[in-house]
Design a protein around this ligand. Structure first.
Ligand SMILES: C[S@@+](CC[C@H](N)C(=O)[O-])C[C@H]1O[C@@H](n2cnc3c(N)ncnc32)[C@H](O)[C@@H]1O
Length: 225
């Protein structure tokens, strides 16, 4: 199967004239509530964070994925590295409303440059649906391996660009029902995503041999246990 070239989506997601990040946050919570739950369960079941882990989330957006994780594992604390000041404003409000402000800190910055973060500081790095915005995933991976403790864990989730026929059917037939007005954003996210093979190649080139790529019909994940 021939895979179309990646169509980058740009980095930070910010307020526009048509949508504020408060509205974006509300839509995401309503539409993706069960997906955030699934993400948090996957983090817990697949990489099994140690008790009292310090977690770094890259690209938390409105914060719902990390918030779900903290609701299930109140022993964890979380720093969120986010490119968009508008998203940080909303994530802070969401964490406050959920009674979790004491456990989270959002930091403005990009995954490609984590120079404000200390070496080997975090027990776990997570990210949900942000990687397709990263212009330089290799640089983000190198930064992750610097800030992660040596025996630290990792769970990154994103869509995959190389959808097979069944995946394409889901997007084009069930997609309009599942996503409504958000379908065009779902499609552009897929077009901006990486393929499992592209990610495996970057990991191999950089000697990140204990980072495993798993893929299913629509998504991919990178895991280190
Ligand atoms: C599609 S949103 C996903 C937000 C959230 N993780 C979720 O699942 O709802 C992608 C987020 O990544 C942020 N982002 C994009 N590029 C980034 C980068 N290089 N470093 C950190 N955050 C980035 C965007 O501003 C946006 O908030």
């Amino acid at each position: 199967m021939k895979v179309k070239p990646r169509v980058p989506e740009g980095g930070a997601i910010e307020d526009t004239e048509t949508i504020s990040m408060e509205e974006y946050s509300t839509i995401m919570k309503k539409r993706l509530g069960s997906e955030y739950d699934r993400f948090a369960d996957n983090v817990i079941n697949r990489v099994n964070p140690l008790k009292n882990s310090k977690v770094l989330e890259i690209g938390p957006g409105p914060g719902w994925a990390g918030i779900k994780l903290l609701q299930k594992r109140a022993d964890l604390s979380l720093d969120g590295l986010e490119a968009s000041a508008d998203m940080i404003r909303v994530a802070n409000k969401n964490a406050q409303d959920e009674g979790l402000a004491h456990l989270v800190k959002y930091i403005k910055g990009v995954g490609e440059d984590m120079s404000t973060l200390h070496d080997h500081h975090y027990d776990l790095v997570i990210s949900r649906d942000s990687m397709h915005h990263w212009d330089d995933p290799q640089q983000v991976f190198l930064e992750i391996s610097r800030v992660l403790k040596e025996d630290g864990k990792l769970y990154i989730h994103d869509s995959r660009r190389d959808l097979n026929l069944a995946g394409q059917l889901i997007i084009n037939v069930i997609g309009p029902v599942m996503a409504g007005k958000m379908l065009k954003y779902w499609k552009s996210s897929i077009a901006a995503s990486y393929t499992p093979e592209e990610i495996r190649e970057i990991l191999k080139r950089n000697g990140l041999n204990d980072w495993n790529v798993e893929a299913d019909l629509m998504d991919l994940s990178i895991q280190k246990q």
